[in-house]
Design a protein around this ligand. Structure first.
Ligand code: PRP
Ligand code: URA
Length: 214
């Protein structure tokens, strides 16, 4: 498990702005910060992908750079993932994508239940799947999304990337997912409150990015 804020870096400034109850009222800044964290996590994740040296002709000679050989499919869980996923896409512009409409049912107070809707994906069979969701709370949105995807193919590897993650959600995924996965987190949080919101977290990422759901 990789945790971005375990080592002091500029990522801490971005995570702090995302959490700040006053600054997060600025939707544009909030979305841009989610994109930045997505980009930084994508960059960190790239260090575990396959690379090979490739020659390039410059105006002044030949150079060799190691470039990425991995076949990635980035998974965007609508809505809150959109700006976070965009950061991953900036990092991996050649990647293919999957989009899944998934939301927690708001009237379920004691236990999180999930509503799955739209699903459109590129072929990810034997490719590396990167699940991009800024909030890993109970883990059920990611769990059900991956289960729907697994009906359509078998990835060679699953990465799960979240800006904020609760230990409860991580344990839920470890217990229930049928395939192994690697976690890439911005911050590992204290836990969940009674409404299964991440504490301290940042609140409702989808509402902050796009407006309160009716
Ligand atoms: O781990 P979980 O308990 O499943 O919670 C995490 C989910 O909650 C949020 O989505 P939400 O249902 O609020 O929808 P939205 O993105 O459309 O706001 C967030 O984007 C995650 O997908
Ligand atoms: O804390 C949480 C939990 C789920 N979804 C969010 O946006 N925030």
């Amino acid at each position: 498990m990789f945790i971005l804020n375990q080592k002091a870096s500029i990522a801490g400034d971005i995570l702090r702005e995302l959490r700040d109850e006053n600054l997060q009222k600025d939707r544009r800044r909030f979305r841009e910060n989610l994109t930045k964290i997505g980009f930084l996590l994508g960059y960190e994740l790239s260090k575990s992908l396959s690379f090979s040296p490739k020659e390039v002709q410059t105006p002044l000679g030949k150079a060799v750079e190691k470039t990425c050989d991995s076949d990635l499919v980035l998974v965007c869980l609508l809505r809150a993932s959109l700006p976070f996923y965009q950061g991953f896409l900036q990092c991996f512009p050649e990647a293919e994508s999957a989009f899944i409409g998934v939301k927690r049912l708001e009237n379920k107070i004691t236990e999180v239940e999930i509503d799955l809707g739209y699903l459109a994906t590129a072929d990810f069979d034997q490719k590396e799947l990167v699940i991009c969701d800024p909030m890993l709370a109970s883990g059920k949105s990611i769990y059900h999304s991956i289960n729907e995807l697994l009906k359509l193919g078998t990835p060679s590897k699953i990465y799960i990337a979240s800006a904020f993650a609760a230990p409860e959600g991580i344990n839920y995924l470890k217990t229930n997912l049928s395939l192994p996965f690697d976690l890439w987190l911005g911050s590992l949080e204290e836990g969940l409150n009674k409404k299964s919101f991440i504490v301290p977290g940042l609140g409702d990422a989808g509402d902050l990015a796009f407006g309160e759901k009716i």
